[in-house]
Design a protein around this ligand. Sequence first.
Ligand SMILES: Nc1ncnc2c1ncn2[C@@H]1O[C@H](COP(=O)(O)OP(=O)(O)OP(=O)(O)O)[C@@H](O)[C@H]1O
Ligand SMILES: [Mg+2]
Length: 262
Amino acid sequence: MLELKGVSKSFGGLHVLRDVNLSVPEGSIFGLIGPNGAGKTTVFNLITGLLAPTAGSIEFQGTSLLGQRPHRITRSGVARTFQNIRLFKEMTLLENVVVGAYRHMNYGIAGLLLSLPGYREQERRARERALELLTWMRLEHKANDLADNLSYGEQRRLEIARALATEPKLLLLDEPVAGMNTGERAELMREIIAIRERGYTILMIEHDMRFVMGLCEQIAVLNFGKIIACGGPDAIRSNEEVIEAYLGREDEDDMETTGAQA
Ligand SMILES: Nc1ncnc2c1ncn2[C@@H]1O[C@H](COP(=O)(O)OP(=O)(O)OP(=O)(O)O)[C@@H](O)[C@H]1O
Ligand SMILES: [Mg+2]
């Protein structure tokens, strides 16, 4: 579904990604892990069109994403959450999610301002869908609260609901459990499984190894901008180079590395 081939990215003389190849199959939950500064978020920024690669190709469902503006990439079915939460804190949860859906509607903000005929029906549908997505993320009871009043874990779930409002096929999650406690992590794991069962494909960056190993069928490991390993959880867990570069040799309880940095 998503294919990166020979992708490199430099910022001036700094080579952040080198010859990255990544193939995310439709319907999978795919993990992208690696030490801080390895280039993981940069991969998301390239896929979503916020940055252009220095070399290589990025295809989504057989179509090149290169040169496409971020909103077009969103429209073609790629949504993301951000490592640093980006919500409208002065707006309600429902409004935050509806705003996510506007990109997908024919009328958009102009329709809202001009009260175009047809807009109302679209708005009604957008609100209905937003409520449904809030329900998926167990936030429907707070639909009319301000986003500012949410706990950190709830804010992260709201971000996912908002990303889903663009009706993506591929969902990119950048450290979805950062800042969550153990109970919240377990619940989000169930929600992500439910999202996948609804037919979405998920590519996630995460430092919580229990979370990644528990969810992902395939995991790619980035180190200093290069993919050093790609495979199933067991293969990654026992890969010597990955252990050296990232996982370390501690027992599993210590495998959560940097978690909540952002
Ligand atoms: N727009 C930019 N301009 C210059 N350098 C950048 C830019 N974006 C990222 N970098 C650099 O690229 C490197 C990789 O950053 P990136 O954010 O992709 O790492 P990461 O793997 O997501 O790390 P973390 O786990 O800490 O989030 C870092 O050295 C970072 O400083
Ligand atoms: Mg990052």
